[in-house]
Every structure is written in C-alpha cells, then in structure tokens.
Design a protein around this ligand. Structure first.
Ligand code: NAD
Length: 360
C-alpha cells in the first residue's frame, strides 16, 4: 500500500485507569474514519503505534473497496485485556474517541467485543458493534466471516474454475470471533475443515460445535496439505518461512496485514498460490458496522449488510482476474481501485452520516 501520511495520531493516557491507547486516523477522504479497537499486549508503545498506523491505513483501503462512505482509522489499547479491561479504562478510552467529535468511529477488533462497545457507548455515540440488547447491531464478526467466505469462493473460481468449496480442505488458523463463524459457514458449504488455535479452550469449543472438524496447532496447520489456508488470527503470518512452507492453492482469510514481508505476495504468485488481499475479503464486519452507524435497525441492517457483503465475491473475482491478466499483484490492483474511488469522492470530508445526529 502506498505511504500516504496519516491525518492524525492521538496518544491517549489516563493515569487513574492505567489506559494507554493510540487512535490513528489515516484518511477521512471518504467520510468519518471507521475501524475497530484492538486490545492486546505489545513489546513497546512504539510497536503499538506502528500497528495502529498499519491497521488504520488498511481500513482506508478496505472501506473504499467495500464501497462504504467511510475513511480509515483504528485504535489500539495497550495491555492484556484479561488483566487490564475495566469499565473505567474503557470509559476513559471512550472519552478520547468522543474528543474527536465523530471523525473517528470505533468498533470491535481483536481483544474487544460488543460488551466493551456497550461500555464505551456510555460516554460517546461514536461507537458501533454494540450489543443487540443495547440497541446496537451486534457482533460484526459474523458478517466478516460471511465476506471471507465470498472471497474464498471467488478464489476458488479463479483457481479451479468453480466457486464450489464442497470437499475442499480448508485450514482455519485462529478460531476466535471470526474464525469460529467461518468454520460454521465452511462446514455448511461441505468443506473439510481443519482448525488451529493456541488456546485449547477455543479448539475444544470448535470440536463441541463441529465434531467432524479436526483440530491442530497453528504450527502444524502450516505443514498440512490443504486446498485453502485461511489465516484468522494476527497479522504477519505470511513470513518468509511460512510462504515457502505452505501447501495450499489459495490463501484467503480474515486476519489483517497478513503479508509479513515486502516480497511475500510476489513469492506466493511464483509458487502458484492465489492470494486474496485481506482488506478486500474481510470487509463484511465494517459493512455491517456502517449500517449500524447510519442508524439502520439491527434486523434491516443485517439484511442489507449481508447483501452488500455478497459483493465481496465480485470485487475479489475482478481484482484477481485483473491481477492474472496484467501481471500486477492482487494488492496493487486493489490499491489502485481504492485510490480511484477515493479520488472521485466528493471533496467535503466533513459530511457526517445520519447517525451522527442520533443519540444513544
Ligand atoms: P479474536 O481475538 O476473537 O480471535 C483471534 C483468535 O486467534 C483467538 O482465538 C486466538 O487464540 C487465536 N490466535 C492467536 N494467536 C494465534 C496464532 N499464532 N495462530 C493461530 N491462532 C492464533 O479476533 P477476531 O475478531 O476473530 O479477528 C481475527 C482477525 O481478523 C484479526 O486479524 C482481525 O484484525 C481481523 N478482522 C476481524 C474483524 C472482526 O469483525 N472481528 C473484521 C476484520 C478483520
């Protein structure tokens, strides 16, 4: 992705609650910056800043490709959520989000969930992904998984001439919020699923929900003979070792920032592996979140979001086809498409979707 500078980076600290967070606004060219809040430990605060910069830039391109009137932003809260998550800390974070007056709208990501968004919504209305019982749209991960499935079907059409996944061996790495739903969908499609996660509890839940799904460790999954590898955990998974080791025809998953080094995509192509850029296929959640932000009721919003997320099939197909025809990488084709959309957007970035007037 080209290195367009970020519009704003906010370092948030609150001594009373121990909050340490970063909010990065990459672009509001298409509208308010929409992107989730990641809550996890980092080696240093600089690592957290870097992650928020990468993730927020990815959101700019993701939102443009999804065809929603939102720019790109992302927040990270530093620390282990199982230790540091308190109502006070979440509310302190929400007040920082509120201080941006709607230029940034937050939602769930790794380490955060709808219950957290409910707490944040007590101090700001610039939050989506709240629970259904709190008037929100519910967990966006369901639609994220649905969009990934559409992207995977498009990859299958390009690779094997048919979008059918029945009988294909799909390895899902990470069965958290998105991966779990993706496993559900793949099982319904008739795929043979192999699931991996470092958390024994997550694997036990998968086995309980789907006794036919085999489970393994993330490392073992990288050696497994697969048709599709679906990374659904953290970024950087396609590093120099993994790219050489993978035994799959397709890589298509939800994890953000999968490419671990500059030449990864090119190397995948040389190995004849179809790669679907993560920010093209994992947009279902943000499509869902956008409906909620616009004040659409949960039921109607879910229906509309599902229809819109179906478009991920066509977008992925068109990007992969163009990449094959021109010799460009899929990410280069996707970036160009996103930039065309941003360049042709109306110039006034201050427009605010109707939901900004709504009060919770
Ligand atoms: P999550 O925290 O709910 O789940 C992540 C899962 O990955 C956990 O079960 C965790 O134990 C597992 N994991 C951790 N390290 C792993 C490893 N090395 N190998 C395999 N599994 C590992 O997160 P999520 O919300 O499901 O998001 C997953 C990915 O998808 C993230 O990269 C996120 O940014 C991206 N994403 C999520 C959404 C969404 O709607 N939640 C939307 C777009 C993109």
């Amino acid at each position: 992705m080209p290195d367009v500078p970020h519009e704003k980076v906010l370092l948030c600290q609150d001594e009373a609650t121990g909050l340490e967070a970063i909010v990065s606004l990459h672009s509001t060219a298409l509208g308010p910056a929409l992107g989730g809040t990641r809550f996890q430990s980092y080696g240093t605060v600089a690592d957290a800043v870097l992650d928020s910069l990468h993730l927020s830039r990815g959101m700019t391109y993701k939102n443009a490709l999804a065809g929603i009137p939102y720019g790109g932003g992302k927040a990270v809260v530093v620390g282990d959520p199982s230790v540091r998550r308190t109502r006070g800390l979440l509310k302190a974070f929400g007040r920082f989000v509120d201080s941006l007056h709607g230029r940034y709208v937050t939602s769930c990501d790794v380490g955060t969930n709808s219950a957290d968004m409910d707490v944040i919504s007590e101090v700001t209305r610039h939050v989506v992904g709240c629970s259904l019982k709190n008037g929100g749209g519910g967990d966006p991960s369901v639609l994220t998984a649905y969009g990934v499935l559409q992207g995977m079907r498009a990859c299958a059409a390009v690779r094997w001439g048919s979008p059918e996944l029945r009988g294909r061996r799909v390895g899902v790495s990470g069965v958290g919020k998105v991966g779990r739903h993706l496993v559900d969908l793949l099982v319904r499609e008739g795929a043979i699923v192999l699931a991996a996660d470092p958390r024994p509890g997550a694997l036990a839940r998968t086995r309980a929900e789907h006794p036919d799904v085999s489970t393994t460790s993330p490392q073992a999954l990288l050696h497994a003979e697969l048709d599709v590898f679906a990374p659904c955990a953290l970024g950087g998974v396609l590093d120099q070792v993994t790219v050489e080791r993978l035994r799959a025809d397709i890589v298509c998953g939800a994890a953000n920032n999968q490419l671990g080094y500059a030449g990864a995509e090119e190397r995948l192509r040389r190995r004849d592996i179809v790669y679907a850029p993560d920010y093209v296929v994992n947009a279902g959640g943000v499509i869902h979140a956008a409906q909620e932000h616009r004040g659409i009721s949960a039921e109607l919003g879910a229906t509309r979001a599902r229809e819109q997320a179906e478009g991920i099939y066509d977008t992925t197909l068109s990007i992969l086809t163009q990449a094959e025809t021109t010799g460009a990488t899929p990410s280069a084709v996707a970036d160009e498409l996103a930039e065309r959309r941003m360049a042709s957007a109306p110039h006034d970035a201050s427009r605010t979707p109707a939901a900004d007037q709504r009060s919770r």
